[in-house]
Ligand binder design. Sequence first.
Ligand SMILES: [Zn+2]
Length: 673
Amino acid sequence: MRTLAAAVSMMVLVLCSTAPGCATAARHREAGPSLAGATSDAGFRAADADGTTVFSPLDLPAASAVRLGSGAPGPAYWQQRADYRIDATLHEGERAVSATGTITYHNNSPDPLAYVWLHLEQNLFRADSLGSLSKEPGSRFGYRKGFEGGYEIGPVAVDGAPTELHVYDTLGRIDLPAPLEPGGSITIDLSWRFNVPPFGVDRLAVDEVEQGAIFQIAQWFPAVAVYDDVHGWNTLPYLGQGEFYTNFGDYEVSITAPRSHVVVATGVLTNAAEVLTSSARERLDAAMRSDETVTIRSAAEVGDPSSWPAGDGPLTWRFSARNVRTFAWASSAAFVWDAAGVDVRGSAQARNGRVLVQSAYPKEALPLWGEATQMARHSIDFNSRQWHPYPYPTAVNVNGRVGGMEYPMIVFCAERRNERGLYGVTDHEFGHTWFPMLVNTDERRYAWMDEGFNSFMNVYTIRDRYGENARDRRSDVDAFTAQMTRGQQQPFASTYADHVWRGRLGFLMYGKPAAALVLLREEVLGEERFDAAFRAYIDRWAFKHPQPADFFRTMEDVAGADLAWFWRGWFLSTATLDQAVTGVDHNEDGLWVRVHLASRRDMVMPVRMRVRYDDGSEEERRLPAEVWATTSLWTDGWNPAGRRVVEVVLDPDSVLPDVDRSNNRWSEGRRRN
Ligand SMILES: [Zn+2]
């Protein structure tokens, strides 16, 4: 689509080159009343009590050498790093995991650190946790009665010296024997064990299927919290709905599981010769070269001892992952496993420009899951070309009890029957590779920066796969317009995920920001300008930690636009939109027509109107949102070339969340306001 400015100037051009009365109209404009503008004082847009209007500059944090005024990371930008070595064992019979680990924590900040905070997310599953006591029992994020969850943590050592871990619900603090100086690092050694929740607030779970249990394991190890320049230690607790915020780092993880299991995980399998048969290794190599799906372990081979290496006792699978913000895995004797490769040019870590895309699922998920690898390939390929190359060497989709959840290189999807449903979840969860796995934001504080941006991307993958008219349920304009007129509204950019009013998470953090970005792209900036800015945001902040202001500033800096009115209307308030056409005047000699418009609520948007004339001709006219900068009443005027306007329709394609469409149409003889 053309940009709005181009559309407006083209319209003027078309009008003046085709309209016979053009020269006369120009003279009339000089001599007579103003044709367009704020023709009445009644619409004056007064400031609120705090001195602001929707167009006032945003009150953003001051720019610095860490975060520039342009929205880019500055020369003094820094972020912390945490590398992990973990040796884990899956105890299938006990439905438990035990592990030992070493965290190497690097202080890249300019600040000495007297203590280190750890996330202990399994403690959510204690009966007396903050999350258990504050979420409604039986809900998706509520505590399940009777389950004994939480970490048992063994002795903790810092640089080899025993130390105490102070545990406060899902957080733990280690007071360091001496401050960790800038540029320094420490190692933290610890061991832990936990029972795997049968349904761990839709993040991890055990699914009992015919040929075994499927373990989906995530948020399963003590992880260092993020220390940054904006909030210091980011210590929002784990309550269930808010996902996670962690540091980038390298992971070397070994997982010991029963010999009959297939284990899939974040990262590259580094000891295939020890855990796979030679035929499985050959198939995996063939899959990497193939665009078509190649079976690694078929449904017929599940449970067949010839499908795993000969011998007794468990096997230890080793995975290596670079520059990821966490590590997750899944293990099951019931897994059917397939894979294919996909080309990704310019990927940070793909091997020879190729990513290995895999799916692991039980036979209960067939036949639908036979398509899952190709669905993932479509999503990864489209988003890599449209926005930024998929950065990692592997991607695996796991079917089990977890409805839909994302981790680096591995996602969990429960859908087993519906094709659109499975594509939707697969595309959404792999879309999280860009936000927040690559562009690392705080999911508990700013869920819109990952769920919203990802849902925006999903609109275009879905259109690419199912056609231009395919609609994403969450960002569908009618659905979210209906939501915006209900009570209990919250501004999404300043509402924590765990503080979203019940049942509104999908609307507030997914649908509304996605719809906002679609409109910013298609109705305000145009594709070229928007895409350059959105890509710049990803490029600038890939493998880094942006804040909301970095996003707002980058979009304005690269697009070359003042969007304060847009961020305020959509992101920072609970504003609603009502555009109205209130009347049409013609002058007697047919030299001009004036259309009277109103913006009746506190959100402003550009105006798009379809005008029909008495000779049956039609034209589309556009006005920028800036017409509303000083007034809520605007008059558009032009030379109709002797024709009479018989109908005006605002937002004719219903793309805006206009809460009252009854005043969007004016027709001769049937006036409405
Ligand atoms: Zn999501």
